[in-house]
Design a protein around this ligand. Structure first.
Ligand SMILES: *Cc1c(COP(=O)(O)O)cnc(C)c1O
Length: 839
C-alpha cells in the first residue's frame, strides 16, 4: 500500500500538489469551524463530516457555474419526477466524479486513516425500495455526465427504506433515520418554499366574459421546502441537482389556533402536516391505497410544478413556450397526478382554454411503465380523491370524458375495450386508474426492456395501443458504470484501465476492446487475481456480518433483490435443499463447492415473501451446521440489502441469479451490475436478460426455463403443479421435507403455507421450471471447474456489457422523448481520472 502511495505522490503534478495543499486548508477549516473540533476532541467521524463539507464546497462552485451556464444559454430542461431515489452513499461517488479521489485519499492518509474507512461513516440515502428508485439515481449520474440539463424531483423522507435485521430467522423492520447526524453534502434552500393545498371544496362561477371558472378552496395547506443534493457528472464541470421536498407546517394554518388560544393544538397540528415527508412507503410493486401516500404524491408534484413554472415565468414571461423549454418524465404512475395539476394551473389559475391547456400538458409529460403485473397497477378510490383533491377529481372526469368521446369516434375499440381504457374503474367502489391517466396525458409511454415494452402493448395497454401505437416505445434500462464498476470494483477498473485507457468510463462500449485479450494468459491470470481479491473481501464481510465462514474459492452464487414471489428466490432455495439431500443420501458425492448468497427486503405486510426469508434462514441453519456437508455447500442470508451492500457483494460473485418467471420482471438492473463485474448469469428469458443474451452470445450465459409465450400457453390450458411433482420424485421429496418440518423442528407447520401455495397454486410456475433450473445449475457447477474457460466467459461478459450503460439509455430518452440537448460543458479544473490506487 505504502509503495503504491508514494508512486502516486510521485505522479502528482505541481498543479495537483497545489490543489492538495488548498484542499487540506479547506478541510482543516471545516474541521475546526464547521464541525467545531480541535486536535484533542477530533474523532474519525468528524473527519468524514469535515470531508463532506469540503467536497460540498467543490460541488457548490460547479453547481453555481452550471446554473450560470444554463441561465445564459437557456436550454430545454428535463425534470425527472420520482417518488423514489435510491442514492446510496454520495461522497465516494462525488470524489470519483470530481476527479478528487486520489488526492483526497492522500490527504486522509496524512491523518493516519484510509479514505475507505472514513467513507464508511456515511449512511446510505435509501429513499427508494429497489430497482425503480435505483434507476432514477443512475439516470441522474448519466444526465450530469452527458451534460444534459436534467434535474430530479422527489421527497426528502425523514425515514428511508427500513433497516432489516434478522431475528430467529425472521425479518424485523427497524426505522432508518438516515439523516440523524446531518447530511453534509446537501444544500438547504431556505428561501425556496411553496404552499400546497389539500381537502376543501370547489366553486364554479361565470366570469364577466361568460366563461365558466373553477376554483378550489383547500381546507389545509402545507409548505414544501427545498433541499438540493448536488449531482456531479464524471469528468465534466457539470453539476446538476436533485431537489427533494420536506413538509413544513404553514404559518397561516397554525395561526388560526394560536388566535383562539389553543397553543397545544397548533403545535400538534404542526407535526401532523409535517408527517407528509416522514417516511417512504416500503412497498415494492404493490400499492396499498393509503391516504398519506396520495398526499405524498400530490405534495411532491405540486411543489415541483410550482418551482418549474415560477422559474420559467421569470425567464420567459409566459407559459406559451413551456413545451419548448420543459420536459417531465414520470417514473411510474406515482407522480402522474401532475397531469391533472398542470391542467388545473393552466385552466383555473391562468385562464387558458381547456384545449390549449391539454395540448401543452400532453407535450410536456412522458410516462415510464415499470410493471406488467396487473395487481401492481396503482388505483385510488374516487371517494378518497373527492375528499383530498376535489378539483383534481373534476379535472380527471373531464379528461376522461373528452378522451372517451374521442376514442369512441375512432371506432377501433369494442364497448368492453372502451371501459378498459377509461380512467374510471366501475364497480361497487369506483376507482381511478392512474396508469390510464398517465397514458392518456403523456405524449410517449415507454417500457424498460424490449420484451417488457412489447408486452405492455399486448397485455395491460393493448387497447391503448390500438388507439395510438405511435405513443409506445422502448427504453432499455441501464446502470451507471461510475458507481457499478469504478467505485464498487476499483481493482477491476484499474486492470481494465491499464489495458484500454480511461475512455470506457464514459463510453462503456469501449470495453469491447477487451475481447482482444480473451486468450491472453497474463491478462486472464490478472483477471482471476482481481476476482479472487474481491471474493476474499466478500468472505470477510460475510464473516463479520453473519459469523459464517465461507470458502472463497467456492462458486459464489448470488441472488440479491427485493423479495417477491415473481422473482422466485424460492426456486433457488428449493434447489439448495435438493443438493443438500443429494449430499446426505450420498455423503461421498463430488459436488463443486458452492456458496449461495441471498440478500433482500420483503415489504413488511407481504406475508409470503417474509416466510421465504424465514425458510432460507432455517435451511441455512441446518446446511451450514451439518458436518456431512463439509463445506461443499454454504447458504448465507446477508441482512439489510442496500446500495452500499450491493457494491460489496457484486464484485465478489461468480454467478448472478436472474430467475423470475418469464414475462414478469420488467427489466431488472442487478443483472446488468453483475455482468459489468464479470459474473456469469443464470436466468430466464425475462426482462433485460433477453438483451443480455443477444449481446453476450448463448455460450456465455445460462438461459433456462419456460419462455413468455410458453408461460401464457401453460396458464391458458390450465397449469397443474401436481403433474410436475409426480414426474420428479426428488422435487417431491424436497417439498415433503419442508412439509414435514425438517427445517422447522421446533416450529411445526410454519412452512405449510409455502408447501400449499406450491402444490395447489404455484402462480409463478416454480415446479414447471424446476427440472430445467436444476440441470442448468449442474452444468454451471461443472463449467466452473474449468477456470480457464470460465474466465474467458467472464471477460466476454464485461467486454459485451456496453449496451447496459445508463449513458446509452439517457441518450435515447434525450434524443427520442425529451428532445433536450447534450450540451458542451467546459472541462473541469481537476481532471485526475478515477482511483489509481486499489483500495
Ligand atoms: C440494483 C438494485 C436493485 C434492483 O435489483 P433487481 O435485481 O434488478 O430487482 C434493488 N436494490 C438495490 C439496493 C439495488 O442496488
Amino acid at each position: 500500500m505504502i509503495q503504491e502511495n508514494s508512486r502516486l505522490l510521485g505522479l502528482l503534478s505541481e498543479e495537483q500538489k497545489a490543489d492538495l495543499i488548498s484542499l487540506e486548508k479547506q478541510f482543516a477549516h471545516h474541521l475546526e469551524y464547521t464541525i467545531g473540533k480541535n486536535k484533542y476532541t477530533v474523532k474519525n467521524e468528524d473527519i468524514y463530516k469535515a470531508l463532506g463539507h469540503t467536497v460540498r464546497d467543490f460541488l457548490i462552485d460547479r453547481l453555481n457555474l452550471t446554473d450560470e451556464r444554463y441561465r445564459k444559454t437557456n436550454p430545454k430542461k428535463v425534470y425527472y419526477f420520482s417518488l423514489e431515489f435510491l442514492m446510496g452513499k454520495t461522497l465516494s461517488n462525488a470524489l470519483i466524479n470530481l476527479g478528487l479521489y486520489d488526492i483526497v485519499s492522500e490527504m486522509i492518509k496524512g491523518f493516519g486513516l484510509e479514505l475507505a474507512e472514513v467513507l464508511e461513516f456515511e449512511m446510505d440515502a435509501g429513499l427508494g425500495n429497489g430497482g425503480l428508485g435505483r434507476l432514477a439515481a443512475c439516470f441522474l449520474d448519466s444526465m450530469a455526465t452527458l451534460n444534459v440539463p436534467g434535474f430530479g424531483y422527489g421527497i426528502r423522507y425523514d425515514y428511508g427504506i427500513f433497516n432489516q435485521i434478522i431475528a430467529n430467522g425472521q425479518q424485523v423492520e427497524m426505522p432508518d433515520h438516515w439523516d440523524a447526524d446531518g447530511v453534509p453534502y446537501e444544500v438547504i434552500r431556505a428561501d425556496i418554499t411553496y404552499s400546497i393545498g389539500f381537502y376543501g371544496y370547489t366553486e364554479t362561477k361565470i366570469s364577466g366574459r361568460g366563461r365558466t371558472e373553477h376554483d378550489w378552496i383547500p381546507a389545509e395547506t402545507v409548505l414544501a421546502a427545498a433541499h438540493d443534493c448536488p449531482i456531479p457528472g464524471f469528468n465534466t464541470s457539470t453539476v446538476n441537482y436533485l431537489r427533494l421536498w420536506t413538509a413544513k407546517s404553514s404559518e397561516e394554518f397554525n395561526l388560526d389556533y394560536f388566535n383562539h388560544g389553543d397553543y397545544m393544538r397548533a403545535v400538534q397540528d404542526k407535526s401532523i402536516s409535517e408527517n407528509i415527508s416522514k417516511v417512504l412507503y416500503p412497498n415494492d410493486t404493490t400499492e396499498q391505497g393509503k391516504e398519506l401516500r396520495l398526499k405524498q404524491q400530490y405534495f411532491m408534484v405540486a411543489a415541483s410544478l410550482q418551482d418549474i413554472l415560477l422559474r420559467h415565468k421569470q425567464a420567459e414571461g409566459t407559459y406559451k413556450n413551456l413545451a419548448e423549454k420543459v420536459a417531465i418524465q414520470l417514473n411510474d404512475t406515482h407522480p402522474s397526478i401532475g397531469i391533472a395539476e398542470l391542467m388545473r394551473v393552466l385552466v383555473d389559475q391562468e385562464n387558458w382554454s381547456w384545449e390549449d391547456a391539454w395540448d401543452l400538458t400532453t407535450k410536456i409529460f412522458a410516462y415510464t411503465n415499470h410493471t406488467v403485473l396487473p395487481e401492481a397497477l396503482e388505483t385510488w378510490k374516487v371517494s378518497l380523491f373527492e375528499r383530498l383533491l376535489p378539483r383534481h377529481l373534476e379535472i380527471i372526469y373531464e379528461i376522461n370524458f373528452r378522451f372517451l368521446e374521442w376514442a369512441k369516434a375512432k371506432n377501433v375499440l369494442s364497448p368492453d375495450e372502451i371501459s378498459e381504457v377509461s380512467v374510471i374503474q366501475e364497480g361497487a367502489e369506483k376507482r381511478i386508474r392512474m396508469a390510464n391517466l398517465a397514458v392518456i396525458g403523456s405524449h410517449q409511454v415507454n417500457g424498460v426492456a424490449a420484451l417488457h415494452s412489447e408486452l405492455i402493448t399486448t397485455t395491460i395497454f393493448k387497447s391503448f395501443y390500438k388507439l395510438f401505437p405511435e405513443k409506445f416505445n422502448n427504453k432499455t434500462n441501464g446502470i451507471t458504470p461510475r458507481r457499478w464498476l469504478i467505485q464498487s470494483n476499483p481493482s477491476l477498473s484499474y486492470l481494465i484501465q491499464k489495458k484500454l485507457g480511461p475512455k470506457f468510463a464514459t463510453n462503456l462500449s469501449e470495453l469491447k476492446n477487451l475481447e482482444a485479450f480473451v486468450k491472453d494468459k497474463e491478462f486472464k491470470a490478472d483477471w482471476i487475481k482481481v476476482k479472487k481479491t474481491n471474493k476474499d473481501r466478500l468472505a470477510k464481510l460475510i464473516k463479520s456480518e453473519t459469523g459464517i465462514s465461507i470458502d472463497p474459492n467456492s462458486l459464489i452464487d448470488t441472488q440479491i433483490k427485493r423479495f417477491h414471489e415473481y422473482k422466485r428466490q424460492l426456486l433457488n432455495v428449493l434447489r439448495v435443499i435438493a443438493v443438500y439431500r443429494r449430499i446426505k443420501e450420498n455423503p461421498n458425492i463430488t459436488v463443486t463447492p458452492r456458496t449461495v448468497i441471498f440478500g433482500g427486503k420483503a415489504a413488511p405486510g407481504y406475508y409470503m415473501a417474509k416466510l421465504i426469508i424465514k425458510l432460507i434462514n432455517n435451511v441455512a441453519q441446518v446446511v451450514n451446521h451439518d458436518p456431512d456437508v463439509a463445506d461443499r455447500l454454504k447458504l448465507v442470508f446477508l441482512p439489510n440489502y442496500r446500495v452500499s451492500l450491493a457494491e460489496s457483494i457484486i464484485p465478489g460473485s461468480n454467478l448472478s441469479e436472474q430467475i423470475s418467471t418469464a414475462g414478469t420482471e420488467a427489466s431488472g438492473t442487478s443483472n446488468m451490475k453483475f455482468m459489468l463485474n464479470g459474473a456469469l448469469t443464470v436466468g430466464t428469458l425475462d426482462g433485460a436478460n433477453v438483451e443480455m443474451l443477444e449481446e453476450v452470445g448463448e455460450e456465455n450465459i445460462y438461459i433456462f426455463g419456460l419462455k413468455t409465450p410458453e408461460v401464457f400457453a401453460l396458464k391458458e390450458k390450465g397449469y397443474r403443479p401436481q403433474d410436475y411433482l409426480e414426474a420428479n420424485s426428488e422435487l417431491k421429496r424436497v417439498l415433503l421435507m419442508i412439509r414435514e418440518n425438517f427445517f422447522s423442528p421446533s416450529e411445526h407447520g410454519i412452512f405449510n403455507p409455502i408447501y400449499d401455495s406450491l402444490v395447489y397454486q404455484d402462480s409463478y410456475l416454480l415446479l414447471a421450471d424446476f427440472a430445467a433450473y436444476d440441470s442448468i445449475q449442474d452444468r454451471i457447477a461443472s463449467d466452473f471447474l474449468n477456470e480457464d474457460s470460465w474466465t474467458e466467459k467472464s471477460i466476454l461478459n464485461v467486454a459485451r456489457v456496453g449496451k447496459f450503460s445508463s449513458d446509452r439509455t439517457i441518450r435515447e430518452y434525450a434524443e427520442q422523448i425529451w428532445k433536450v440537448p447534450l450540451l458542451e460543458a467546459p472541462s473541469p479544473k481537476t481532471k485526475y481520472g478515477f482511483p489509481l490506487v486499489q483500495s
